[in-house]
Design a protein. Structure first.
Length: 492
């Protein structure tokens, strides 16, 4: 599965530390508010947005229901176009395949397009262990790599950094990775972008191997698609002699007509643009144009296990737009690092525990990294009901139960630390199923309401530490109803 950073605490502890960082909170607040306001304006321009959203949802659901057929078709069309297809069951197999492909070229460095799949499997670290250096070419990913940092946002990995911090990173770290930063570099955005362009240009012109992900794969023709805003992707996809693309199996769409829907949904939801500045597409290899060798590594890494869950599988519709992050009040305050995954925010809270399981402390905590306000569902361009999946995962954490792991049906044990919650829920279920018991309990609570504590004892302290305990009414609703209306509606 995709790795958790070594020593990463559970979400509550990591979020508490992030909340104490005023600079981080300021950076996040400014960036997320700006992006979501622009997105709202871009979406409002489209009169049939609801219909597009529904179309995207249905295309994804249809594809996931017939994923085996479309993946086999994709393999056939990619191979017919001159590419080679490799199947990777997990991160270790994907890393081994890519490492062997790079070694076969005799090269010791590669340039990379921004790719969440390769971050998920920690490909850079695997290549480094094999003596191969990987250079990130997306501006934000470059900032993260130079700063020995981790991405904190799906679309803007360096969203937690401000211009002054980026300037300092360029000044102190660029030289050890290649061309140094210009003398007297300021925090002016144009100067920072120019420093990055000069630094990356020599790598583009020298590299013989490029590594990419893909936003979409078209089964009909074997075409892969990358959308981006800087042009670095176009350089990585066309200049190297060998191109290796590592892509999650859920990224396939059946036809070009289906692709059209997502090329309208994605840019408006992510960068608030009518279309992406660079939309690169490639189909196999072509003599005299682009890479001479193309390899597609299809990555499972927990995706078929996720597909087996009727509720949780909708997370595989995700097109990585990041709209849910930009409206989430939890992400805005805690930042992406607190999620301990390459997939932060609401989508990370439902995707990571399914890809990795809920046995670790951090993965068991992620389904609780939400207020369940539903804003993420409202903005999702493919209508993923993230709150529904969160509740489903919370049930799995507390109660355990049947699941699919590594292709096998297993019975999960409840996570540690939830015994009191399980007992409380079972007691509530027992009482709610017995009207007489419920009525007696309500009356007892009303008559003793003067003794209501300000905070709950024991495990309940965690709940009342950030919430007011609701007041108990002087009279239960059932008694009020019987007293005022006799239990019957007024005649109409």
């Amino acid at each position: 599965m995709n790795a958790t950073p070594l020593g990463m605490p559970a979400f509550p502890e990591a979020a508490r530390e992030a909340l104490n960082n005023r600079t981080l909170r300021g950076n996040l607040r400014h960036a997320t508010h700006t992006i979501r306001a622009k997105r709202a304006r871009a979406v409002a321009e489209v009169s049939d947005w609801a219909e597009l959203r529904e179309a995207g949802k249905r295309i994804k659901d249809h594809t996931l229901a017939h994923l085996d057929r479309y993946l086999e078709q994709l393999e056939e069309t990619v191979t017919a176009a001159g590419g080679s297809v490799h199947w990777a069951a997990d991160a270790a197999e994907a890393n081994r395949i890519v490492t062997e492909l790079v070694r076969a070229t005799g090269e010791s460095e590669v340039v990379k397009v921004k790719s969440m799949a390769t971050q998920e499997i920690e490909l850079n670290e695997a290549l480094e262990a094999a003596g191969i250096r990987a250079y990130e070419t997306d501006l934000a990913e470059l900032i993260v790599q130079l700063g020995e940092d981790r991405p904190s946002h799906i679309l803007v990995p360096a969203i937690h950094r401000n211009r002054g911090e980026i300037r300092d990173i360029f000044r102190t770290r660029m030289a050890s990775w290649g061309r140094p930063a210009p003398e007297g570099l300021s925090d002016d955005p144009a100067e920072l972008a120019e420093a990055a362009r000069l630094h990356l240009r020599e790598k583009f012109l020298r590299a013989k191997v490029g590594i990419s992900g893909a936003n979409f794969m078209v089964a009909e023709t074997g075409t892969l698609v990358v959308v981006e805003s800087e042009g670095n992707g176009r350089m990585c996809l066309t200049l190297p002699e060998t191109l290796i693309s590592v892509v999650g199996i859920e990224k396939v769409v059946p036809t070009w007509r289906d692709l059209e829907v997502f090329l309208q949904l994605l840019p408006r939801s992510s960068t608030a643009e009518r279309m992406n500045p660079y939309t690169s597409m490639w189909t196999g290899t072509t003599d005299g144009d682009g890479p001479r060798a193309f390899h597609l590594v299809l990555l499972d890494n927990g995706r078929t296990d996720t597909l087996a869950d009727e509720v949780g599988r909708q997370a595989l519709r995700c097109i990585r737009c990041s709209a849910c992050l930009n409206v989430c009040p939890v992400y805005e305050r805690a930042g992406g690092h607190a999620y301990g995954s390459v997939y932060p925010g609401p989508i990370g809270a439902v995707l990571s525990p399914q890809l990795r399981g809920t046995t670790s402390e951090i993965d068991a905590s992620l389904p609780y990294a939400s207020s369940l306000c539903g804003a993420c569902y409202e903005v999702c361009p493919v209508a993923i009901d993230i709150p529904e999946v969160l509740v489903r995962l919370r049930e799995r954490v507390v109660e355990g139960g049947p699941a699919v792991r590594d292709g096998n049906r297993v019975l999960l044990k409840p996570a540690k630390g939830h015994a009191a919650e399980r007992a409380a829920m079972r007691a509530a279920g027992w009482a709610l199923a017995r009207p007489g018991v419920l009525r007696t309990g309500q009356r007892l609570a009303s008559r003793t309401r003067g003794f209501r504590p300000r905070t709950l004892p024991g495990p309940g302290r965690a709940w009342t530490a950030t919430r007011d305990l609701p007041a108990v009414p002087a009279e239960p609703f059932r008694d009020w109803w019987l007293r005022t209306r006799g239990g019957k509606d007024d005649a109409r």
